[in-house]
Design a protein around this ligand. Structure first.
Ligand SMILES: [Zn+2]
Length: 81
C-alpha cells in the first residue's frame, strides 16, 4: 500500500515501499494522486503510476546503487593484483 488516505478522504500521503519514508499532507497542494505522482516522478521517485504502488523514493534508489558501485570497485581492485 503506497498511498495512505486520511480520514477525511481528501488528504493523502505517499509512502515509500523501500524505506517507509512518508510524505504527508499532499491533498492540500497536489489535489489528487495523478498530479501528485507527476510531481514526485520529477523529483526522482520511481514506480507504478497506480496509487497502490509500488513506489520508491530517491533515497532508496541511491542505496541500491551504492552496493553495486562497491562490487565494481572490489572487482577492479582484485583484477589489478
Ligand atoms: Zn525509500
Amino acid at each position: 500500500m503506497t498511498v495512505m488516505q486520511a480520514d477525511d478522504g481528501e488528504d493523502f500521503s505517499l509512502v515509500c515501499d523501500g524505506c517507509g519514508l512518508i510524505v504527508g499532507r499532499l491533498g492540500a497542494n497536489l489535489h489528487n494522486w495523478d498530479l501528485a505522482w507527476i510531481f514526485f516522478k520529477r523529483h526522482g521517485w520511481v514506480g507504478s503510476g497506480a496509487a497502490d504502488g509500488p513506489h520508491r523514493c530517491p533515497r532508496c534508489l541511491l542505496q541500491d546503487a551504492q552496493p553495486l558501485a562497491r562490487e565494481r570497485t572490489t572487482a577492479a581492485l582484485s583484477t589489478g593484483q
